[in-house]
Design a protein. Structure first.
Length: 359
């Protein structure tokens, strides 16, 4: 997080305007910064109070009810967002190689469920071509929300040419573009006002009519936007540093048979570096080995949402459950020194060697 002295000065503008939320001047500025950096000719960027609210907002804005598809291999916030929007989450499985629901699977699931919306994950914020998913959604008349929580900073492949496609990001403190808490939605500019109503209690009523609408309180406060403006100033350098560490991890992991990871560093902003181990026992051992060597790792996305008792599944989700048991994510820090990077890579290498011995 940026130190106080780097972001507090921005708040003078909010104090002058006496506006500290409700689409204040700093939030408006940060939206413009993000849209210029990662938007397209038709893009609008709308900030939200969290990444969860950013996923819920398109569903509320489009009046989605009933079943909404989502992958079983994702963070629970995706599930929470659908419920926040007043819809019913319905789980589908993912592909073993892309770690997300592919377009063919989405096509079949939309047909079988009758859902008029789907949330598709870009796992770990890694670049994933979802252009076929957009065409499938269009054919079914469905809203497509891309959950790209950790991906802000990666070159975007769907720059809002389609008004039924939305891309949601998290700006949580753990994310590469971290501001403490927050979210952002990229959407076609024609639906921008619907999104703003969705996170502002449904106000104002559309088209000047008195027909009531509803929405959540999902706006970003000016304090968070001030942090975001400070993060934006240093983000390019931090992204380079994250990718440097990711490249080191990838080169090291390539020497271990049975360990899978993404090697193209431009494919991610690298909240952390995911390693898919050959089995759940190896993953458990790897977690213990890194802990003994002084490093904390995380297990994402575990458990699979298909293990939750109160969530409807369209079908069994064996791939999601298998991935959840084998995926280990090692830390990436944008302020790591060269010596710390060497030490982190060595810890992961030694831990892999110990955990895979005899496997």
């Amino acid at each position: 997080m940026p130190p106080v002295e780097r972001w507090a000065g921005f708040l003078a503008e909010s104090y002058e305007a006496k506006r500290f939320s409700n689409f204040g001047p700093l939030a408006t500025r940060l939206e413009a910064v993000l849209a210029r950096a990662w938007g397209g000719d038709h893009s609008a960027c709308v900030l939200a109070s969290s990444g969860t609210a950013a996923i819920a907002a398109p569903l509320i804005a489009r009046g989605v009810r009933g079943p909404v598809l989502l992958p079983a291999f994702t963070f629970p916030a995706t599930l929470a967002a659908i419920r926040m929007a007043g819809a019913e989450p319905v789980l589908v499985d993912v592909c073993a190689t892309t770690w997300t629901t592919d377009a063919t699977m989405l096509d079949a699931a939309l047909a079988a469920s009758g859902a008029r919306a789907a949330v598709v994950l870009r796992p770990f914020g890694l670049r994933t071509d979802l252009s076929l998913h957009a065409r499938v959604a269009e054919r079914h008349g469905a809203v497509l929300v891309i959950d790209d929580a950790a991906g802000l900073g990666v070159e975007r492949s769907l720059p809002e040419s389609d008004p039924w496609v939305y891309e949601a990001y998290s700006l949580h403190a753990t994310k590469p573009f971290g501001i403490g808490e927050g979210g952002a939605v990229f959407a076609h500019r024609d639906v921008e006002e619907r999104l703003r109503r969705a996170i502002n209690f449904g106000l104002p009523n559309p088209d000047g009519t008195h027909e009531p609408t509803w929405g959540i309180n999902g706006k970003m406060a000016e304090v968070q936007a001030a942090m975001g403006l400070a993060v934006a100033e240093a983000f390019a350098g931090q992204l380079v540093r994250r990718r440097t560490l990711a490249a080191r991890y990838g080169a090291m992991a390539a020497s271990f048979p049975g360990v899978h990871c993404r090697q193209e560093t431009a494919d991610g902003a690298w909240q952390f570096f995911p390693l898919l181990l050959p089995g759940s026992r190896a993953a458990d051992r790897f977690t213990e080995e890194t802990r003994h060597r002084g490093m904390e790792i995380r297990r994402y996305y575990a458990p699979s949402l298909s293990r939750f008792r109160d969530v409807r599944r369209l079908h069994e989700c064996p791939v999601s459950e298998d991935l959840a048991g084998r995926m280990c994510c090692v830390p990436v820090y944008p302020d790591a020194s060269d010596g710390e990077i060497d030490e982190m890579v060595a810890i992961v290498a030694d831990s892999l060697r110990a955990s895979l011995a005899g496997a």
